[in-house]
Structure formats: C-alpha cells, structure tokens
Design a protein around this ligand. Structure first.
Ligand code: UDP
Length: 239
C-alpha cells in the first residue's frame, strides 16, 4: 500500500438519506452517481473500500412499528430497503467502471451474493468495492451496527460515517448555531456527554474493538479523497 495514505482499508457508511438528496424520499440519481465517482477515486488510489448503505430513504422499521406493524416485519422491510439502495449503488459503480460485489446478509439468490467473510476479504484485496447490504441480517439493529460489525470483521482502519452535517457537535447545530464542532473525541467523551454519533449497540461495538469512527459531511464534493489523504475533516472518535 501507498504510505502516503492515512487508510489502507475503509468501511464507508452512507445513510439512506445521503442518497435521496433534496428529494425527501427515494434515490436521487445525480447524488448516487456523484458518490459512485467519489468511491471510484479511492479505488483508483489503491484504497480498499467496503460499503454499508442505510435504508432510511425508503423504509424504517421503527416507524412502521409505531403505526401498528410488527417490529420484526418492519425491520425485515427496512433491511430489504438497504438492499435496494445497494443494487442502485452497484449499478452506479458499474457504470463508473468500478468492479463491485453486492453481498446481502439475507440470501437473495439470483440478485446478489450472500455475505461471506473470506470472500469479502479476498475481493477487497483485489480492488473490488464490496457492498454489505441487508444490515446485520437481524431485526432490532441498525445499519450503523452493520457498519461497525463489518468494519471489525474486515479489519478496516476506520469507519467513515457520511452524514448531512460537518461532524459531531456539542448540541444540535440546526437548533443552536453556536454549537461546538468537535475535531476529536474519546469514546468515553461521547458516552458521558451523550453525544449523538450512532446508536449505543453500534457505538459500544466499535469502542470494544478500538475501531475508529470519523463522522463527516458527505455533501462536500471531494471529501472522501481528502480524508484518505490525511485531511482531518469532521470528527474523529478513537481511544
Ligand atoms: N435494519 C435492521 N437490521 C439491521 C439493519 C437495518 O432491522 O441490521 C432495518 C431497520 O428497520 C432500519 C432500516 O433497516 O430502520 C434501515 O436502516 P437504518 O435506519 O440504519 O438506515 P439509515 O438511517 O442509515 O438510512
């Protein structure tokens, strides 16, 4: 690997909302293609990229459960939503001439591969983007949990969590414009200050395995490359 890079292998987590742009629902094809090109830049640099995409732009299990649906069924639908986003991203990457493998935690024969750890590692080593879809495959979890789980499994150097804001703030920056943006945080700072980074299951998994998390603004063009080149964008959470 190139010593100029900060990271040799990353786990990129994009929320479903990151794909919907200003549409409010679904997938904005312009945003999708821009993200595919940003990922391509990393692959062209020789960085190995695992990708977890959320599903919140299409379905959220909790929301359906609140309206009376069985939570488990809602979560199954949510996981299928992440798979739909994964299919869209695989297609966008293919059109950008990036070799990509879509794996799902829930087998879907004929549509994509089933998650396989050893195969994922081997594909990453050969420069394929591997998309890990259907979350963890279990209800009551989130795609942030999936990102940390897969990140630990593939021994990623970092989880890069792309969001709509610049990083982790002392308060909600939408509500308080004076909220402080943190550049680095310890895992315990996040827990003590009750900062919103990820749900607790995902976050403690990352902490227990010393997997660093960088939260950054995915809407800034070129940001992925600059982070990999060592630019301290957003907030880094580590020990
Ligand atoms: N989900 C699940 N198990 C998982 C990952 C996701 O049940 O391991 C379901 C859950 O219903 C969740 C939905 O999939 O609401 C979409 O995932 P998430 O909310 O994490 O997406 P994001 O907020 O990142 O777009």
């Amino acid at each position: 690997t190139n010593p100029k890079f900060n990271y040799r292998r990353i786990l990129l987590k994009l929320s479903g909302e990151a794909l919907m742009g200003d549409e409010g629902f679904g997938i904005d094809p312009v945003v999708l293609d821009r993200m595919a090109l940003e990922i391509k830049e990393l692959i062209d640099m020789g960085v190995q990229v695992g990708l977890v995409i959320g599903g919140g732009n299409l379905f959220r299990g909790q929301k359906l459960a609140d309206a009376g649906m069985h939570r488990v069924v809602g979560d199954h639908m949510g996981m299928l939503a992440t798979l739909m986003n994964g299919l869209a991203m695989r297609d966008a990457l293919a059109r950008a001439h990036v070799n990509t493998r879509l794996m799902s935690a829930i087998p879907l024969n004929g549509v994509c591969d089933t998650y396989n750890w050893a195969e994922a590692i081997s594909l990453l080593r050969s420069g394929r983007v591997v998309i890990f879809s259907a979350g963890t495959g279990n209800p009551f979890f989130t795609t942030d949990s999936a990102a940390c789980l897969r990140g630990i499994e593939i021994e990623a150097d970092v989880v890069l969590k792309g969001t709509k804001v610049d990083g982790v703030y002392s308060e909600d920056p939408m509500k308080n414009p004076d909220a402080e943006l943190y550049s680095t945080l310890d895992y315990n700072d996040v827990l003590e200050k009750e900062l919103k980074v990820m749900d607790l299951a995902a976050f403690t998994l990352a902490r227990d395995h010393s997997l660093p998390i960088r939260v950054f603004n995915m809407n800034k063009p070129g940001i992925l490359k600059s982070i990999v080149m060592g630019d301290e964008q957003g907030t880094l959470i580590c020990h």
